[in-house]
Design a protein around this ligand. Structure first.
Ligand SMILES: Cc1ncc(COP(=O)(O)O)c(C=O)c1O
Length: 382
């Protein structure tokens, strides 16, 4: 039933066969924490205790693996819980991590303030420059090259295949945070990445009503280590979260098409506006990552950022004046959001090499009528 090749078909059916007991066409929400055994050790379909495995989570995990074209998917309580489990599984004291010079502030905080306390060092590097990446790598101790593409919030694009090549030369794993693109637009495992990370809170959930995270891997040995850690560390997603992400993913394709159609119109509008000094959107032909994005993505997504010619105060004013764009953190939901990364989502990167410009505004373009979105931005900028 789950062997279909079309992405949208898999989004609706992979891991989601009708329930064998009742025929329910939607995966049941299994809230049970424990499962009756038929004699000691006589588990039914492998279920014993819900931290170790739960049928609703299993359905989501199978779906994630199918969409990312991996061998195993693992669901966690948040994107950061997924990242933490991954880093503490593949690193040990003395390990080293190279991360793109522009990554989600929370990822940087996790690596620089938490994992570092266990003797894991890190170096930020420009992933668009293979020589800079090679120079940052410490042969023998670099375990992970951490790549976000497109990045949050600067929408920089890294060449996944090239980054994988350089990481693998040094025996490191390439981890790609695919949150911004979603598997609908980009499948890093097919380009050479070893691990895909998601904040399912974003496009996969898609409705701003669930916090979750995921890992998807190709290698079966790494998958087994992560399955062990998922249970041993316990940062698992809850069944209601799994169920909401399963439901969200069913419409991922149609939502992404609309997110990006709206984002393209908004990028063009902002380009022509006097108050705007730069528009950061990989779909624009003069974006420095446009050609790479066109090569490795099947669309440019619904996230864009722009800079205000008049500086930080102007950026704050636009955020505060927007009405249809809600001033809020997070992204990837059906409703449009606006935020000031320097003071909000990326405040934890202040004073670090990953600090973001203060004149920057980030938009998560929703799926509302684009004319209403354009009118709101016009009044907010006006
Ligand atoms: C690109 C990216 N990765 C990871 C995360 C962390 O995910 P979560 O908030 O679900 O822990 C975020 C959150 O904003 C993000 O934007």
């Amino acid at each position: 039933m789950t062997e279909f090749s079309g992405f949208d078909t898999r989004a609706i059916h992979a891991g989601q066969d009708p329930d064998p007991a009742t025929g329910a066409v939607v995966v049941p929400l299994h809230l049970a924490t424990t499962f009756k055994q038929d004699g000691v050790g006589g588990l039914r379909n492998g279920y014993e205790y819900a931290r170790s495995a739960n049928p609703t989570r299993d359905a989501l995990q199978e779906l994630l693996a199918s969409l990312e074209e991996g061998t195993a998917g693992l669901a966690f309580a948040s994107g950061l819980a997924a990242e933490d489990t991954l880093l503490r599984t593949v690193c040990e004291p003395g390990s080293h991590v190279v991360l793109g010079g522009d990554a989600y502030g929370g990822t940087f905080r996790l690596i620089s303030k938490v994992v570092s306390r266990w003797g894991v060092e890190h170096t930020p590097a420009d992933l668009n420059d293979p020589d800079a990446l090679r120079a940052a790598i410490r042969p023998g101790s670099t375990r992970v090259v951490w790549c976000e593409t497109p990045t949050n919030p600067l929408l920089n694009v890294a060449d996944i295949a090239l980054t994988a090549e350089v990481a693998h030369e040094a025996g490191a794993l390439l981890v790609v945070d695919n949150t911004f693109a979603s598997p609908y637009l980009q499948r890093p495992l097919t380009l050479g990445a070893d691990v895909v990370v998601h904040s399912t809170t974003k496009y996969l959930g898609g409705h701003s009503d669930v916090v979750g995270g995921a890992l998807v891997v190709r290698d079966e040995e790494l998958a087994a280590q992560l399955v062990f850690s998922q249970n041993a560390m316990g940062a698992v997603s809850g069944p209601l979260s799994d169920w909401l992400v399963l439901r969200g993913i069913k419409t991922l394709g149609v939502r992404m098409d609309r997110h990006q159609a709206n984002a393209e119109r908004i990028a063009e509008f902002l380009l022509g506006h006097d108050a705007v000094s730069a528009v950061l959107y990989p779909g624009l032909p003069d974006h420095p990552g446009h050609d790479i994005a066109a090569k490795q993505m099947s669309g440019f997504g619904g996230m864009l950022s722009f800079r205000l010619a008049a500086g930080e105060e102007a950026a704050l004013r636009v955020c505060e004046r927007a009405r249809l764009f809600t001033l809020a953190e997070s992204l990837g939901g059906v409703e449009s959001l606006i935020e000031h990364p320097h003071r909000m989502t990326h405040a934890s990167a202040a004073g670090s090499p990953l600090e973001v410009p203060a004149d920057l505004v980030r938009l998560s373009v929703g799926i509302e009528d684009v004319d209403d979105l354009l009118a709101d931005l016009a009044q907010a900028l006006g």
